[in-house]
Design a protein around this ligand. Structure first.
Ligand SMILES: *[C@@H]1O[C@H](CO)[C@@H](O)[C@H](O)[C@H]1NC(C)=O
Ligand SMILES: *[C@@H]1O[C@H](CO)[C@@H](O)[C@H](O)[C@H]1NC(C)=O
Ligand SMILES: *[C@@H]1O[C@H](CO)[C@@H](O)[C@H](O)[C@H]1NC(C)=O
Ligand SMILES: *[C@@H]1O[C@H](CO)[C@@H](O)[C@H](O)[C@H]1NC(C)=O
Length: 296
């Protein structure tokens, strides 16, 4: 402890003696989050004094070993810039005299995520500091799709355009976790780096219940929670024949009445026919007798 203190005092003394104090620079203390497709400013400030000289200032932004942007001889020097960053970076030159070495990065995508280092060298000294950058995108409103299988129903939920990969959860009746009865497929677009997710469950038996689908993008605090109400009319189907029969029962008196009426009409018609035939027969008989009488 004492020796450490002594060492730091000594180094401080040495710096003072050479008139050279380590440059103070400031970068974010944690990871910063950029929004997909938007401008992201990577903050970095350095200490400037009265005798600060632009011409002896070198600002270099790197991600790992890749050069993101560099500035020296009072201007941008981009011949060693990584092509991924071409025409997407700029420094705030007017702010530089105030110690602002922040980098503006346009149209960020998940490919820009990583650890960035801001290195500054001026006539006061030099220093570099690093911080993390993550790119996030919101997942779209999930789409729900039902398809009927031979032995049940397939329930499919899809959502696109998010980053990073989501966490998914399925609940039944808002409590029981049934995530491991479901299947999930995650796809990353090679061009944009964004994810599409689809998750499905096969229900062999649909009962009156509620299913809850939860999709979270933890980086953004996005939490999509959708409840799906399932209802089955199976019981109604079972009671349907009975209801039909009840209908039949209420029809029975009517049908009986109609039946009786038809019978009555038929009987009446038959009887009328019979009496007609009888009278005809009688008439014929009489004619015959008359004829017989005539011939006599
Ligand atoms: C640097 O300047 C830019 C442009 O005015 C500003 O948006 C940014 O906040 C400044 N950064 C710091 C750390 O002051
Ligand atoms: C499903 O998850 C539960 C815990 O949530 C676990 O106890 C059970 O073994 C899992 N079932 C299968 C089939 O993986
Ligand atoms: C659901 O059913 C389809 C078609 O029968 C099958 O391909 C799929 O693997 C099933 N999924 C689950 C989670 O059981
Ligand atoms: C489900 O609920 C509906 C009305 O909400 C009801 O008519 C039906 O009988 C119920 N089905 C079962 C299987 O409980």
């Amino acid at each position: 402890m004492n020796r450490n203190l002594l060492a730091s005092c000594l180094s401080l003394l040495l710096f003072e003696a050479y008139g050279f104090v380590e440059l103070e620079i400031t970068v974010p203390s944690g990871t910063i989050i950029g929004s997909y497709g938007q401008v992201l400013i990577l903050p970095c400030t350095f200490q400037v004094g009265g005798s600060w000289d632009l011409r002896s200032t070198v600002i270099t932004w790197q991600r790992g070993l890749d050069v993101v942007h560099s500035f020296y001889y009072s201007r941008d020097q981009l011949d060693r810039q990584n092509p991924l960053y071409a025409k997407r970076t700029s420094l705030f030159n007017r702010e530089m005299a105030r110690g602002n070495a922040s980098l503006r990065l346009d149209g960020v995508t998940p490919k820009d995520a990583g650890v960035y280092t801001c290195s500054i060298s001026t006539n006061f000294g030099s220093r570099k500091k690093s911080f993390g950058v993550n790119i996030a995108a919101f997942y779209s409103e999930p789409r729900l799709q039902f398809s009927v299988l031979n032995d049940g129903v397939n329930l499919l939920v899809t959502s696109e355009g998010g980053h990073p990969s989501p966490t998914l959860q399925w609940l039944i009746e808002n409590s029981e976790d049934i995530t491991n009865q479901t299947q999930t497929h995650l796809m990353q677009d090679t061009h944009t780096g964004l994810y599409s997710v689809s998750s499905w469950i096969n229900l062999t038996e649909v009962t009156n219940s509620s299913l809850t689908f939860i999709l979270s993008n933890n980086l953004l605090g996005q939490n999509i929670r959708r409840e799906i109400q399932l209802s089955s009319d199976k019981r109604e189907k079972q009671t349907e024949p009975a209801q039909r029969c009840q209908g039949c029962f209420s029809l029975i008196p009517f049908i009986l009445l109609m039946f009786v009426l038809i019978i009555m009409v038929l009987v009446f018609a038959v009887r009328r026919n019979l009496t007609k035939q009888n009278s005809f027969n009688k008439k014929q008989h009489m004619d015959q007798t008359q004829a017989l009488n005539g011939t006599v």
